[in-house]
Design a binder for this molecule. Structure first.
Ligand code: GDP
Ligand code: MG
Length: 467
């Protein structure tokens, strides 16, 4: 049994009101069964949320099944209000009740051993007197209690519920476990702190720990992206053969091998990200986690990375095209870059976007024989594409509640607008760093820049990802 001095909350209510969903979201685990099937949760189960300096326990329970008869039993065992709490204790200990009211006994047991109560209702369904039996039983327990209104389909009856619930509960909150983002979850824990004074300090500490964990998850995500970019920008594949003509034949197979590796490497990064956020059941192997558009369809790349004009502007800021060619495109003035004509864009893109992502290189080896090599990458947009796709996925993962069991996808997302909104200095620094990767350098400020870019992207992406 968990030490009762830790804050403990038992989540109770009618079946199918989202109790398990709330526990899943708050404990940040997707290992809890959630289903439309009534009776999915059969036993009271404890879930610990252990932080470096604090711990909270949530108890998921089966729903009330026979609250009206259970209340009758309780009423028949008291003479006056002073005996109510001990009647509930008797109820929990009684073998007769364990047979007649197994669900009620299971859900009341952790409450009577010292846990606070979280009562869950559905704000999209009307209030009705049938809920009063269970609320009355909970009141009899004498334990600190709050109610959560879960607006499952809509908020139509939230106000009506609030009026009723306030008569039975110290505190009433609206909370949707499927859509609640991190801040909402943290806020809910903060409101738990007011339920029981002796837990207040621990719960505040716990909320601070949650914030620290979140920050750590962010930093780990940035590191995963940084490593991904470094790896894909430096990757190349080669093979030794005997003759030049054999080497030339290797162009296609090497290219395929190269592309496959990059795709796998990207998937690996997505998998690492899911782990950081403890999404264990979201499988990367699933069909839905394919990543269209094909990474190597250059036309599609512009959707992910920068468009041609943005790349030219970025390149001109960094001198990536070399002084001479830049003069041709801009008439010698970077001020003109913003007003590039179509022809100039075309000419510049020939420099910036070699037809192939990478080139096949065939070389004679001094010790005899030939090598054919494919890679590393040459296309300037490549790191932007990798970055854009990763951030899109990151946004979904970090905002995905653990009760939300939908399959994640990466769909075509226009990142141009958001990258375009970066300050000029930032844009330039980022481009220098990414260009450095292509030139096989190790830019020192890359991680800091990526952290800025990840934070900069608009909420629009997470909004879109929610639906
Ligand atoms: N759309 C939506 N569905 C929800 C929400 N909360 C729960 N559900 C769904 O309602 C069903 C019952 O949820 P569950 O957590 O198992 O309820 P419990 O029986 O009270 O534990 C599941 O299919 C959930 O996916 C919510 O806030 N929004
Ligand atoms: Mg359940």
């Amino acid at each position: 049994m968990t030490n009762p001095s830790f804050p403990r909350f038992t989540v109770v209510g009618h079946p199918n009101k989202g109790k398990s969903s709330i526990v899943s979201t708050l404990t940040q685990t997707d290992q809890i069964d959630i289903s439309q099937q009534s009776g999915t949760t059969e036993n009271a189960t404890e879930y610990e949320i252990a932080m470096p300096g604090s711990k909270v326990v949530l108890v998921d329970t089966p729903g009330f099944q026979r609250p009206s008869s259970a209340l009758d039993w309780l009423k028949s065992h008291v003479k006056d209000a002073s005996q109510r709490k001990s009647a509930v204790e008797q109820f929990v200990a009684s073998t007769e009740c364990a047979t007649r009211f197994p669900d009620e006994v299971k859900l009341l047991r952790p409450i009577m051993s010292g846990s606070a109560i979280i009562y869950v209702v559905d704000g999209s369904r009307p209030y009705g007197p049938e809920y009063e039996f269970e609320m009355e039983i909970l009141r009899w327990s004498g334990q600190p209690r709050m109610a959560i209104i879960n607006p499952i389909e809509n908020s139509d009856y939230v106000e009506q519920w609030q009026d009723a619930l306030h008569q039975y509960f110290n505190s009433v909150k609206v909370f949707n476990p499927i859509t609640a983002e991190f801040e909402k979850q943290q806020e809910l824990f903060r409101s738990f702190a007011h339920l029981n004074e002796k837990w207040q300090a621990q719960l505040n500490r716990f909320c601070d720990d949650l914030g620290a964990l979140r920050q750590k998850q962010f930093e780990q995500s940035v590191m995963i992206l940084e490593q991904l970019l470094k790896d894909v920008c430096r990757y190349s594949v080669s093979q030794k053969v005997l003759s030049k003509s054999q080497a030339q034949l290797l162009s296609d197979p090497l290219k395929r091998q190269y592309e496959h590796w990059v795709q796998q490497r990207e998937q690996q990064a997505f998998g690492e990200l899911l782990q950081v956020f403890k999404h264990q059941t979201t499988s990367l192997e699933s069909e839905e986690l394919m990543f269209p558009p094909d990474l190597f369809d250059t036309e599609q790349w512009y959707l992910w990375g920068l468009n041609k004009r943005q790349l030219i502007v970025a390149a001109s800021l960094t001198g990536a095209m070399g002084g001479a060619s830049l003069d041709i495109f801009t008439g010698g003035s970077t001020l003109l870059v913003g007003t590039l004509g179509g022809g100039t864009v075309g000419a510049a893109s020939a420099v910036l976007f070699p037809k192939k992502i990478a080139k096949i290189k065939v070389k004679g080896v001094s010790s005899g024989g030939w090598t054919a090599a494919y890679g590393p990458i040459q296309n300037q947009n490549f790191p932007y594409v990798i970055m854009g796709r990763f951030i899109y996925f990151y946004r979904q993962v970090c905002n995905l509640s653990h009760a939300n069991r939908k399959t994640l996808n990466v769909s075509s997302q226009d990142l141009q607008a958001s990258l375009g909104s970066m300050a000029k200095d930032q844009k330039k620094a980022l481009n220098v760093a990414l260009h450095g990767l292509i030139r096989q350098r190790q830019p020192k400020n890359l991680r800091a820049l990526l952290a800025e870019v990840i934070q900069l992207l608009p909420e629009a992406i997470s909004e879109q990802a929610k639906t």
